[in-house]
Write a protein of this length. Sequence first.
Length: 254
Amino acid sequence: MMAAPDSKLAAHWVPSPNFEPRPEGRKPNTLILHYTGMEAHDAARDWLASEESKVSAHYILDEAGIVTQMVAESARAWHAGQSYWAGETDLNSASIGVEIHNPGHDYDYPPFPDVQIRAVEALCLDIIGRHSIPAARVLAHSDIAPGRKRDPGERFDWARLARAGVGLWTEPAPLGDDMGLGLGDESEAVVELQRDLKDFGYGVEATSTYGRGTEIVVEAFQRHYRPARVDGRADLSTRETLKRLLVVRAGAVA
């Protein structure tokens, strides 16, 4: 058990039993943001602190932005589940997980309060500063588990976080009236899309066929980076936004 929280921003320390050592002394290089998906913050915190749940996170923030730490950053929390990003299949070992209280899509998905987002910004800046986590490795749960997870979702203000220095972002290309690529399409444009998504980090194979696997990855991409319309169709706006992000990422690591 820790003597004190890792982050000076944590007001409370509520230990979860659901953790283990990071294998081979791995250091976190990824920050994953979640929403709790439960109606009440206290219930979500208590669930994460319950051995029965078999889940945990390093931090949880309530609606007022109060931060509680639950697992030491040096330990492997159980928040990512079955996941994939840029060749990594054990995201729990590679990441720090932050739960942001919001009831989520199953409970009318209310907006995230301004005070809460300010606290998320501050905590994320603290974490990425201490661990040198690059912007391209600040991810949504939905990014690493497309189709299985939707959080923190299209109402989460990723653009605001990026302006504060948290995460990778570009202004999304404007929506058009084109139908784009969708289920059953087969073309070189589909292959190019799949290659770009895989290059960015998503778990998708370049098959030339726009199947359900590609569709759910496109939905995940849209939730994070082009939230104006989340429909799984790769319209010109989605594809251009992805191209822009690949350029931005290349500039960030140059």
